[in-house]
Every structure is written in C-alpha cells, then in structure tokens.
Design a protein around this ligand. Structure first.
Ligand code: GTP
Length: 528
C-alpha cells in the first residue's frame, strides 16, 4: 500500500489521478531538489498585496541558525521524520525511489497526464489554485515523511546508506517556504532563453561592453650607475666621434692627411685645438706610416684627454676655520645653480656640517621658493628677502646670520645672468665686494655652473665670470642629457680651473665628484 502511495506521490504533476489528490506540500517535499543548486527560486512567490492573506513574509533566518554546509556534508543519522522538513532536508534514498517511480509512471500512462504547470508559469500561493494544489500543513508533510521512512527496506542501514544533503539555507529565507508553499520551478524555466536586451548595431570599429584593458606588469628600471648615465649623456659626442674616426682610418695608413682630418674631427667635438693637437702628435709619434684602427685612436684620445683633466679633477676644499666658509654660486640662467646648491647642501649637512642657504636670486620668486624647499629637504638654515631686493644686501645679512648661528658653510645663490649683460655682471661684482668686507677671504669659493649641453659658448662664460666674480671652481651640470662634454676638456686646458663635481641628473643624489679617467673614457666611448 505504501509503495503505491509513494508511486502516486512521485508521479504527482505527471499522471496524478484526479480522485486521489496529493497535497502540494508533499509533492513539493519530494521534488528532486537534493542539491542546493537544484533548488528553484520562485519568482515573487508572494506579492506584497498578498502578504496579509499569506501570513506575511517568513521570518529571517538568523546567523548561526543554519548549519554550515561543510558540517552537513558529513553522513549524519536521519533526523526523525516529523522534523525533516524543519531541517529543510530531503532523504537521498527518497530521491532514488522517486527516480524509479518516475520511470515506471512514464511507462504507465502518458495519456492520463493531468494538467501540469506550464513551463514558465509560476502560480502564486493563495492565487487561483485548484484544491489539489492546496498547500499542506507541516504536520501533513511530516506524516507522509514518516510513512515513507517506514517503507525503507530493512536492509538499508540508516547510518551508512542514507546521506543527508543539505538544502541551501536560501530555502529558509524564501517566503513561500515558511508557509509551506514553495512552487517548484521546472528546470526548463531556468534554462529557457531570456529575451536579450536590444543594442543598436554599432559601426565597424566599435564594440559594446566593458573594455578589457590588458595590464602590462610594470618592470622596475634598474638605476643606472653614474658612469652609465655619464656615458649615455656623452653618447652623442662619443658615437659621432668614434664613428667618424673608424670611417677615417678604414684601409688607410696614418699619414699627414689623415692626421689633419683627425685634428678637425676633434676640434668639431669641442675638445679644443690644444687637446686635438696632443692627440694627433701622440698618434703620429707612435703609428706614423702604419695601419691604425679606430680603437687605437680612441685609446690614445682617452689617454690624452685624461692627461688634460687630471690636474683639474680636484675635491672642493673647505676651510672650516672660517665660520662660515662662504660658497658663492654664479652662472648663466638655467645652468643649474639652485639645483646644484641643493645637492651640495645635502652632501654637507648629511656629513654633519651646519649649512645655511641664502636666496640671493632676488629676481625670481620661484627661485627663492625653490631654494627654500631645498633648505627644508636638506635640513639647512635658510635666509631670503623680498623679490627685487638688493642681492648684495642679502649676502651681507646672510653672512652675519651664518656667523651668529655658527654655520660651517654658507652657500649664496645668485640670479642667472648672461655674461654679456654688463649691469648684471656689475651687481655680481658688488656681492663679492660686500662679502669681502666681512671677511677679506670671502667668498672663499666662487663656483660657476656650466650646462654641458651648451658647447662653445661655455668658454666665454667662464672667461667673463672668472674676470668679474673671481670664479675659482667649476661644476658641469646636465651631463646625463644630450651633453657635449668635449667643451669641459677645452675649458680645462685653457683655464685650468678645478672641476669639482658633475651633475648627472635632477635628483639630490645626482652630483658626482669629477673623475678625469671616467670622463675621458666616456667621451672616447670606452668602458670605465
Ligand atoms: N638633467 C639634469 N637637469 C639638471 C641638472 N642640474 C639642474 N638641472 C635642471 O636644470 C633646470 C634649471 O636648474 P636651476 O637649478 O633652476 O638653474 P639656475 O641656474 O638656478 O636657474 P636660474 O635661477 O634661472 O638662473 C632645472 O629644471 C633643473 O632641474 C642636471 O645635472 N641634470
């Protein structure tokens, strides 16, 4: 009897005889939904306006009231039948029985098939259902479940053979579930093709949807050594020079004509007549009448340039018996005075010296602000004045302040000026004179910055600034760019002024002591 009852129960919705209506809740409980993902989610099972008659929405399931799926995945003893629905569980064995009953039922009567819920239609609870569809109470469900559990063959070991599949916690949250009124959705309802939103057809070259941008991993660039930056900066000079030299000596012996051509090439590279002659003389004495390669010439050239530069590659001497040792920084506009001051201050204050920076460039507000920032960055003292104020007056005040505050070094910035502007050069002369009144040796160092991209004009800059302000040391900046470093060789050969540092970048670290050999190798395109 029980088996035939089960058969009927499982064929509900397919061949249900009209005279034996099966409560919907029973059928629902036995529907094939043993896995959480199989659970149908009724579309709007209760309309808001139906809430009163439906008994209101299900109480929310509180956190922790639902067992973790992982726990329920284990084989657990079957709970008492009357509690199964409370747990939201369906015995797997029943699902197997159902599958069997379904097969038989489909054989028996296809013609008797009762009206089923049309695909895509989900009847509303409390709507226009027939009596047969009427919701069953939880008690009824429990009774049926108990009857079914009695029918389980004796050989089935409940503990071993019945695994309980958890039903998604969602079930407890579904309004219909609380009222015992979940209406199963045919699988076809879920897979049925939904009407696609219509988009306009875009012209060729366009596409709809979110753009997919492939992210390229950012590869950090290794920081180049200062020599590599110097070599890169001088690459234009060196590659031009070595390329021409190689071309000059290909399949040619060293004679007067090739020597003259070489001398011209070296002068064009800003190295100056003096250095050019040194190179050709040495080459002639060693290899005249013989085959010469470009590499031979590069080696001799590097060696002769280094000889010129070595005497000027000196450290910046600080006489710390003066408190302060005054460094006046001069040069043409934009040659890197302020930046170089910042770099020097960083080195000196980093070494524990007390440094003061004086904003003597009273022409540019930005220059004053720039120096102030450098002072903050380098933990230096700062002194400035109004825009347009007398720069010599500021230099005077700065000296006194630095002395009073026991600064080791005072570095005075000045406005950039072209060497041919007499009035501005006279102002520079005045600054030097005023400082000399406070200390006859001040300024102790007059540094001139030279922009390495300048070329021949740098020669006359040194000439005039030296005469007016008594420049006694040089710093060549921007050797990391597209430099024409050959001019430093010519200046060194002519003026023999110490070259203390070279600038190889805009960063605070990018100031390197000048090394004659390295510089000579970089110009000749040879490794360090
Ligand atoms: N690449 C590179 N840029 C530098 C170097 N030194 C300075 N600069 C840049 O050159 C520009 C001018 O530098 P400043 O320090 O303002 O030059 P300045 O001589 O004080 O300028 P004025 O006050 O106008 O005379 C700035 O953009 C600096 O960042 C260097 O060694 N390498």
């Amino acid at each position: 009897m029980a088996l035939s009852f089960i058969k009927k129960v499982f064929t509900f919705g397919k061949d249900k005889p009209a005279e034996e209506p099966v409560p919907e809740a029973v059928a629902r409980e036995l529907e094939p939904r043993s896995r959480a993902e199989d659970l149908p989610v009724a579309a709007d099972p209760v309309l808001p306006e139906e809430m009163d008659t439906a008994g209101g929405p299900a109480a929310d399931v509180g956190e922790g009231e639902i067992e973790e799926p992982g726990i329920l995945d284990e084989v657990l003893p079957l709970p008492p039948a009357d509690q199964m629905s409370d747990f939201g569980l369906v015995p797997l064995s029943l699902l197997e029985i159902e599958a069997e009953a379904e097969t038989q039922a489909s054989d028996e009567s296809e013609a008797e098939a009762p009206p089923s819920v049309p695909s895509g239609h989900l009847p509303h609870k409390g709507g226009d259902r027939s009596e047969a569809d009427a919701p069953a109470s939880v008690e009824e469900t429990a009774e049926v479940a108990e009857a079914l559990s009695e029918e389980i063959p004796a050989e089935i070991d409940v503990e071993e053979d019945i695994s309980i599949q958890p039903i998604s916690p969602l079930v407890g949250e579904m309004p219909g579930r609380a009222e015992g009124g979940i209406t199963p959705t045919e699988p076809s309802d879920l897979t049925a093709e939904q009407p696609k939103p219509e988009f306009p057809v875009l012209p060729k070259g366009f596409a709809t949807g979110p753009a997919i941008v492939e992210q390229q991993p950012i590869v950090p660039q290794p920081k180049l050594s200062w020599f590599q930056r110097l070599r890169n900066g001088l690459a234009r000079t060196s590659s031009q020079l070595t390329g021409q030299i190689t071309a000059l000596f290909t399949k040619r012996k060293l004679d007067d004509e090739t020597l003259q051509d070489l001398e011209d090439l070296l002068i064009q590279a800003d190295l100056g007549v003096e250095t050019a002659l040194r190179v050709t003389d040495t080459l002639a004495s060693e290899r005249y009448g013989k085959d010469v390669t470009g590499e031979d010439v590069s080696r001799i050239m590097a060696s002769e340039i280094a000889k010129v530069l070595k005497p000027v590659a000196k450290p910046l001497q600080l006489d710390l018996s003066h408190k302060p040792h005054v460094i006046l920084v001069v040069g043409v506009n934009g040659t890197g005075k302020t930046t170089t001051i910042g770099k020097l201050a960083a080195k000196l204050s980093g070494a524990g010296l007390k440094v003061m920076l004086a904003a003597g460039d009273t022409f540019r507000a930005a220059a004053i602000e720039q120096l102030k920032i450098w002072a903050e960055r380098t933990n230096s003292e700062f002194i400035g004045t109004k825009l347009g104020a007398d720069a010599a007056g500021l230099a005077y005040d700065a000296f006194e302040q630095a002395k009073a505050r026991k600064c080791d070094v005072l570095i005075v910035d000045t406005a950039g000026r072209l060497q041919n502007k007499a009035e501005l050069m006279a102002e520079l002369e005045k600054i030097v004179r005023v400082l000399g009144k406070l200390d006859p040796d001040a300024p102790h160092t007059v540094l001139q910055t030279l922009d390495a991209t300048t070329g021949q004009n740098a020669l006359s800059q040194v000439e005039i600034f030296r005469n007016v302000a008594g420049v006694n040391g040089l710093i060549m900046t921007k050797l990391d760019g597209t430099a024409r470093g050959g001019i430093l060789v010519a200046i060194s050969a002519k003026h023999k002024l110490p070259v203390y540092f070279i600038g190889v970048g805009e960063g605070v670290e990018d100031l390197e002591p000048f090394e004659a050999e390295d510089f000579a190798h970089a110009i000749a395109g040879l490794p360090q």
